[in-house]
Design a binder for this molecule. Structure first.
Ligand SMILES: *Cc1c(COP(=O)(O)O)cnc(C)c1O
Length: 409
């Protein structure tokens, strides 16, 4: 068995380039889609990150809810090290040992459906959209999907068309047709948007990137009823909300409903690119080998080894209980801060996916938190988003609250 080396305490080796050198490479060699002035991260462990300058941070971003079990989780690190020296990839021309086992576990935690593995959230959503169209074409000429303002479903052309934030596709028109956008949490608007061509409704149970807006139970349950009455598919994007983030394994479970299909990505591999969509048994029958969908990398032995290690952590490490306890503690602390700092307009979210409405104070607060060692994210308009590790400790929560308190003072 491969044994992990102890974490490297010294990472600034003599050959390590300077921040200036790295930034010059970013500027000269990389497409400028990201902010290159951000810290250069070199090491992570649990809730901590270290940058090239040796600064330590308390990470409440977890790589945007990807490293949800903490950075370099030993179980995951060990599993991928072992798999990397056994078999990394063989393509879906062949079967492997890990993909079906992970699929069965996800099915049992999900809707007892069938799983397709992809590599990113956008890709998982894309496959789910294709499935909805396949279904729609078998049930009349139906291809329209109802989606929502302030949603986020990814950066491919179909998922951008489904994303209710037109700014992300400006200049890349024509938009892919077939999506109708209506206000979130507005059941009546959905009802009005249904036409004989509608085949599905697609939404995030908590809109994350768009500003941390949870669906109301009446809305999500109402959508389920509407889909049953009108014979439509309910598709959920659980790319950010899945894998325990909101306090249940998948977020829809808190709403006591069942989607016909849903996607999962970010935290599925705890840092290894891995995503999936799960289809009801009935929908899965629409697909045929070699024709309807596929992926070169999807579900390869390496990424699914990471996924299996993540599932094992959920069985062994009381993750969901910690999300509920620390989620409540963080939320309570934020509500206390709200009483003290009127600049906090609202605290929203579920579990450990929390947002603070700060409006104009947002950029300054994020910058001050970072100066004081706390990494946070933004979302939507004027919202600070907090996505700590699902294994975050009470002490880390209190430290984060103290830093935020100072940053707002
Ligand atoms: C991040 C995200 C996506 C896109 O995932 P990628 O892996 O970046 O393609 C889609 N939907 C939701 C809800 C997300 O949070």
């Amino acid at each position: 068995m491969t044994r992990l080396r102890p974490p490297k305490k010294r990472f600034l080796l003599p050959m390590t380039p300077s921040s200036e050198e790295i930034r010059a490479l970013y500027r000269d060699a990389m497409v400028p889609t990201y902010n290159f002035s951000a810290p250069i991260m070199v090491r992570g462990e649990g809730s901590r990150l270290w940058d090239l300058e040796g600064r330590e941070y308390l990470d409440f971003t977890t790589g945007i809810s990807v490293c949800s079990l903490g950075h370099c989780h030993p179980r995951v690190a060990q599993a991928i090290a072992r798999q990397a020296s056994t078999l990394m990839h063989c393509s879906n021309i062949f079967c492997n040992l890990n993909a079906p086992r992970l699929a069965m576990q996800l099915s049992q935690k999900g809707i007892q459906g069938k799983v397709f593995f992809a590599n990113s959230g956008a890709e998982a959503n894309e496959g789910m959209i294709k499935t909805a169209r396949l279904w729609g074409s078998r049930h009349g000429e139906r291809h329209e999907i109802i989606v929502f303002h302030t949603s986020f479903h990814g950066r491919t052309l179909a998922t951008l068309a489904a994303t209710g934030q037109p700014v992300f596709r400006q200049g890349m028109e024509p938009d892919m047709p077939g999506f109708v956008t209506v206000p979130y949490n507005d059941l009546e608007a959905v009802e009005k948007a249904i036409t004989p061509h509608t085949c599905a409704i697609l939404l995030e149970p908590v809109q994350a990137e768009g500003g941390v807006f949870p669906a109301t139970p009446a809305f999500l349950q109402g959508l389920r009823q509407l889909c049953d009455q009108k014979k439509l598919l309910l598709l959920l994007d659980e790319v950010q909300t899945g894998m325990g983030r909101t306090g249940s394994f998948f977020c829809f479970q808190q709403y006591d409903i069942r989607p016909d299909a849903f996607s999962t990505a970010k935290a599925l591999g705890n840092g290894i690119p891995l995503a999936c969509f799960q289809l009801s048994q009935e929908l899965a029958q629409l697909h045929q080998p070699g024709l309807t969908h596929g992926s070169t990398f999807g579900g390869n032995p390496l990424s699914t080894a990471a996924g299996l290690a993540v599932m094992e952590a959920f069985h062994q490490e009381n993750i969901l209980e910690n999300v509920r306890i620390q989620g409540a503690a963080l939320r309570h602390g934020l509500e206390e801060l709200q009483k003290k700092h009127p600049v906090i307009r609202e605290v929203r979210g579920l579990g450990l996916l929390l947002g603070i409405q700060l409006d104009d104070a947002l950029p300054d607060t994020v910058a001050k938190c970072r100066e004081k060692g706390l990494l946070t994210l933004t979302a939507g308009k004027g919202v600070m988003r907090l996505l700590p590790s699902l294994k975050v400790t009470s002490q880390e929560v209190q430290t984060a609250l103290a830093i935020l308190d100072e940053a707002l003072s």
